[in-house]
Design a protein around this ligand. Structure first.
Ligand code: ZN
Ligand code: ZN
Length: 473
């Protein structure tokens, strides 16, 4: 796992998937500066990082700050009963310090994919103490969980997601401690509003493991974990200016593992008796490096190699490569995947090694519901002076799979970071622990909670959301 940031270009030239929906704002903005921006734990767990948010270069460029807040120009607040808004905001203000403690506790106990046991136990205990019905080890995943609250009979079901996993050797360098408490905050604030104003509805918070590889949401989705939800909401911190959010698509991705099996031999005495698996891995890597010149700018292929018991005086008889392919859509990523597999096949042929190709996680691109996006952006702007931009990411997330099934929203939002300290760096780990990052998270949490309550209360808006979902998919 490299520390180098890699896959979230803040702005890219490609069209957003959201443009499929004519109701979405135009993306013809001045280009802001580049940014970098059952228990089915695999038998042979590997780590393939997926989301990667950050900014390259001057992330406070006026070009970004001065660009018009395109989403926010819609729906100036006739949005929600002021009394309900006050309930949501007051509840989150009173929860602020408890959420801060939760965030620090999770940050200080970083756990990687499918090992989020501390986070699982801490968050489920917290939700139970706030009156939620909790299901631990949800749908056969040891570190997944569900917390639900129902007010009255009938009404809509708002889903929320809390990610929990960290990166090996880096800790919470993607800020999932902040995502965790944001999900908790959204669910709790909606519950308080439903109770205080006697609004019939249900809120369901899922604790979703293994976003950075493993695809916890994709597994929960396959097992029906999202079935009852009318919409689903979550957010993600990124290296962007404070009070800035982005709602764009992300790249679909396919993870691939290939194993080469050769034949060991004494490297000095009888190298001709060997079949060199390291050579196969090396050739595969070189093939892919050449392929990169002939792929589209928005596509990505990156990976690592490893071997067991390699020694310089033995022809290596084994090698393993773990690669990630990314492209704008599901279909694009299948085409790219096949070209990469051809590189693997060619290396096996050249070296005489046997090889086995395994397809791992497949994450879909994000389809951000345009109506949910505008609703969020309006609250974020009107209540918290936050600007929201329609900007695409080169990251990938298993929330993309969710967005293909139900109307959903996944804004990224800015937390203060150091230059060169984007997502997936140790500097970002430190940034995700700061009070400033916490306060930025609370503002987005408020805007998301208000969005959720608005969807529950407003039948016309919900109809618009469904129509947009049909248009966009
Ligand atoms: Zn990440
Ligand atoms: Zn992340």
């Amino acid at each position: 796992m490299s520390e180098s940031a890699g896959c979230f270009d803040f702005l890219r030239g490609r069209r957003s998937a959201n443009e499929k929906d004519e109701a979405v704002v135009s993306l013809e903005v001045q280009q802001p500066p580049p940014h970098h921006g059952g228990s089915e734990v695999p038998a042979d767990p590997c780590f393939l990082s997926s989301c990667d948010f950050g900014i390259i270069g001057d992330h406070r460029s006026p070009a970004l700050l001065d660009a018009p807040p395109l989403y926010s120009q819609y729906d100036t607040l006739t949005l929600l009963d002021p009394a309900v808004i006050k309930t949501v905001e007051t509840s989150l203000d009173s929860l602020n310090r408890s959420l801060r403690k939760l965030s620090l506790a999770i940050h200080d106990h970083p756990e990687i994919q499918f090992e989020e046991r501390f986070a699982h136990d801490t968050l489920t205990a917290f939700m139970a103490s706030h009156g939620f019905e909790v299901t631990k080890h949800y749908l056969g995943l040891e570190t997944a969980w569900k917390a639900e609250f129902t007010q009255g009979k009938g009404g809509r079901v708002v889903g929320v997601n809390s990610e929990m996993d960290a990166l090996p050797g880096i800790g919470h360098g993607c800020g999932h401690n902040l995502i965790a408490i944001s999900g908790v905050g959204v669910a709790l604030a909606i519950k308080v509003a439903l109770q205080a104003h006697n609004i019939p509805a249900k809120v369901v918070l899922l604790g979703t493991p293994a976003e950075e590889g493993g695809g916890g949401k994709a597994i929960l989705l396959q097992r029906g974990g999202y079935k009852e939800m009318d919409i689903c909401l979550m957010s993600h911190p990124a290296a962007m200016p404070p009070r800035t959010a982005t709602i764009g698509t992300s790249l679909a991705k396919q993870d691939i593992t290939v194993k080469y099996l050769g034949h060991a031999a004494h490297a000095g005495v009888a190298p001709w008796e060997g079949k060199n698996a390291l050579d196969a891995a090396f050739l595969a890597y070189a093939n892919i490096s050449a392929l990169r010149q002939q792929i589209k700018p928005e596509e990505r292929v990156h990976g690592i190699m490893e071997g067991k018991n390699w020694a310089p005086n033995v022809i290596p008889d084994n090698a393993k490569l773990r690669f990630i392919t990314r492209a704008p859509t599901r279909d694009d990523v299948v085409r790219l995947r096949d070209r990469v597999i051809a590189c693997f096949d060619a290396a096996a042929l050249a070296t005489g090694c046997r090889h086995h190709v395994k397809l791992d996680d497949a994450y879909d691109d994000l389809i951000q519901n345009s109506v949910l996006g505008r609703t969020f952006a309006s609250f974020y702007k009107e209540r918290y002076k936050g600007d929201t931009y329609p900007i695409d990411f080169s990251a990938s997330t298993d929330f993309g799979n969710v967005t293909y099934e139900i109307p959903a929203l996944h804004p990224a939002y800015g937390i203060p970071t150091q230059p060169g300290g984007g997502n997936h760096t140790k500097q970002f780990t430190r940034s995700a622990r700061t009070e400033e990052a916490h306060e930025a998270t609370i503002l987005v949490t408020k805007a998301l909670a208000l969005t959720g309550v608005k969807v529950i209360k407003d039948d016309g808006l919900f109809e618009e959301i469904k129509k947009a979902f049909t248009r966009q998919i």
